[in-house]
Unconditional design. Structure first.
Length: 173
């Protein structure tokens, strides 16, 4: 389940950038089940662009935010953008993710969608469980429990978010 957002990304939470799942806290980009790690500064620049998705972010805005205490040239930012484009499989001459606006800055043109906490994820590991109590389905994330839910059945099935049954428990109601 994903939520299309009108407002810019203002978080370190995962988001979709076109076909890519971007996980800022892990410096990870995932597409079609394959993940790649990118450097922290490159992820920070990508998140900076995502926060203003569809709008031009000036060179000065990016440099001031990302390299506030360092002296860098425009070439440093150009190189960083080129590396991000390379990781995304984007082409500066025919962009699908990051557009260069000459003499102004960069604009993220790929669709940005904030990931819902209950979203399916690419990768082999489940992100949580779905507890099935009779005809009720209750999402259960890591660290959460069933205390106080009120069971009306003798069997609880736990199903991970990839649809695999993991356990079935019987208890006295």
């Amino acid at each position: 389940m994903t939520l299309e957002i009108e407002s810019p990304v203002k978080t370190q939470e995962p988001f979709r950038l076109g076909d890519w799942l971007v996980e800022p806290r892990l410096n990870r980009l995932t597409k079609d089940g394959a993940s790649i790690q990118i450097e922290l500064k490159r992820m920070d620049v990508l998140v900076c662009l995502a926060e203003s998705a569809g709008e031009v972010v000036s060179l000065i805005q990016i440099i001031d935010r990302m390299w506030a205490t360092e002296f860098i040239t425009d070439n440093t930012l150009t190189h960083t953008i080129a590396k991000i484009r390379n990781a995304l499989g984007d082409d500066a001459r025919n962009p699908t993710a990051i557009e260069t606006i000459r003499q102004r800055g960069y604009r993220l043109i790929a669709r940005v969608i904030l990931e819902s906490p209950l979203s399916f994820r690419n990768g082999p590991e489940p992100v949580g469980f779905l507890v099935v109590l009779g005809d009720r389905e209750i999402p259960l994330r890591e660290g959460e429990n069933l205390i106080g839910i009120g069971c009306f059945t003798k069997t609880i099935r736990f199903v991970d978010f990839l649809g695999r049954r993991t356990t079935e428990s019987e208890f006295d109601a």
